[in-house]
Design a protein around this ligand. Structure first.
Ligand SMILES: *Cc1c(COP(=O)(O)O)cnc(C)c1O
Length: 454
């Protein structure tokens, strides 16, 4: 048995896999935020370049990865698949556990897999600047890295409480030449209207998205880039699962029995899971488990309906699992999982019962993270610890004896050590999300008269 399964650079995937045409009963189209009508591709041209709009709606199964994108991805890809034998021994696992190590990218997570192609397509379209939002700072640093390579300006609205708590993520963005503004800010209409109501507002992803979209919509040389949720982002992340497939073959495993990922907007989980969907539809008994925090229970307790992606209602309406765009998630430590919605692709896979959603509290995830750090050596991101928790629990089940489990290690936790300190000092508590809070947030769901299926 070898510990790590490496692929040569020549095995870097040359095409992304688009799962959209393979989703039973398909996806429902995005709708216009003001009218509720199905939107045309042209409606998105104010903020996205044509190539990405095309990918967002594409029904082609395979889409070529541009050479210049491959050249940058090759800095860290193919990423290793690792047999977690030391973790297996420590927890008395009955199943074999593998993890795909996406923490080896320069930004420390899977997010550059999409930041690089998004920046490249924008550069090709003649765009000079990108705007975006960032919560914990993972997406902001990934887009800063990508813009740096392709000589684009990068303006990042960073959720104010993270801006104050995570100064080193900010420093990373500066090292890669991005400008970082704490959100809500007085640089946009959306930011000013939030500040007028609450000058001390700690910010949220929904508010920061509104600010970034507003700036991009108002400047012809500027586009917006989103780090998760959208179809083209999940498409770019499929390099993870495509490599994993080859690596499991090399390890003599063939198809895995269980595929696990943590879910914020759904992109790293979609990236590892989607390439296995054709085999599952062909009859292979693969289980797909998407793990979310109990404090932000989008798939397990949310509604499957059309909703805005942001707080001000500027983004298209997407059919997805959502808690309502007015939901402000509690300050749990897995910042990247604090989002009110879920990718339409993952939501549709949940609808079709192809993906099983589960939720965990943060305390049990930190416990799993520390076991992982002390056996496999890598200190995981608090987000990734949700996948580790689920992998440990599945591996211990009698019914999974002799099976294989693969989970995505979406990132490392080197910039989250203050959260670990709080865990070591017994200051981390679980958050029971009351029904009343969810019911209140659901009042922010848009009310349109169109027919909704499913
Ligand atoms: C952003 C982030 C996530 C959550 O985003 P998805 O789009 O659901 O993948 C998970 N893990 C890490 C390390 C992240 O930075």
């Amino acid at each position: 048995m070898s510990k790590k399964i490496f692929l040569p650079e020549s095995d870097l995937p040359r095409q992304w896999y688009n799962v959209m045409p393979d989703i039973p009963n398909g996806l429902e189209p995005p709708r216009h935020p003001a009218t509720g009508k199905i939107i045309a591709p042209a409606d998105m041209q104010a903020i996205f370049p044509d190539a990405l709009i095309e990918q967002e709606m594409s029904d082609r199964r395979w889409i070529d990865i541009p050479e210049e994108v491959l050249r940058i991805l090759a800095i860290w890809r193919p990423s290793p698949l690792v047999r977690a034998d030391r973790l297996e021994e420590a927890i008395g696992a009955k199943a074999r556990i593998y993890f795909k190590n996406e923490s080896v990218s320069p930004a420390g997570s899977h997010k550059p897999n999409s930041a690089i192609p998004q920046a490249w397509y924008n550069m090709k379209a003649g765009i000079k600047n990108l705007t975006t939002e960032t919560g914990a700072g993972q997406w902001g640093s990934s887009l800063a890295l990508a813009c740096n390579f392709f000589h684009l300006g990068c303006l990042i609205y960073m959720v104010r409480c993270s801006y104050e708590q995570k100064p080193f993520r900010r420093s990373m963005m500066k090292a890669w030449q991005a400008d970082v503004i704490p959100s809500p800010s007085d640089t946009t209409q959306s930011g000013r209207s939030v500040l007028a109501k609450d000058p001390a507002c700690p910010g949220s992803l929904g508010i920061a998205i509104s600010e970034a979209v507003e700036v991009a919509a108002g400047r012809p040389d500027t586009s917006y880039a989103l780090g998760s949720v959208l179809n083209h982002v999940l498409l770019h992340q499929t390099v993870i699962g495509l490599e994993t497939k080859k690596q499991l073959d090399l390890a003599g495993e063939g198809l895995p029995d269980i595929v696990i990922g943590c879910c914020g907007g759904g992109s790293n989980f979609g990236g590892i899971a989607a390439p296995f969907i054709p085999e599952r539809l062909g009859g292979a008994k693969i289980r797909f488990i998407g793990v979310e925090p109990s404090a932000c229970p989008t798939m397990t307790r949310g509604h499957y309906t059309y909703d805005y992606g942001d707080n001000a209602g500027l983004t298209p309406l997407l059919k997805m699992h959502t808690l309502g765009s007015g939901f402000v998630p509690p300050g749990i430590h897995a910042g990247g999982l604090r989002y009110h919605g879920m990718s339409p692709i993952i939501s549709a896979l949940v609808r079709e019962k192809l993906v099983e959603p589960v939720s965990y509290h943060q305390l049990e995830c930190f416990e799993a993270a520390v076991v992982f750090a002390r056996t496999e050596g890598i200190i995981p991101a608090p987000e990734s610890s949700h996948a580790i928790r689920a992998a440990i629990d599945e591996a211990r089940k009698e019914e999974n004896t002799g099976k294989s489990i693969v989970f995505n290690l979406s990132g490392h936790g080197h910039f989250d050590m203050s959260s670990y300190d709080r865990y070591f000092d017994n200051e981390i508590t679980n958050f029971e999300m009351p029904d009343e809070v969810l019911a209140e947030a659901a009042k922010s769901l848009p009310k349109f008269g169109f027919e909704q299926n499913g």
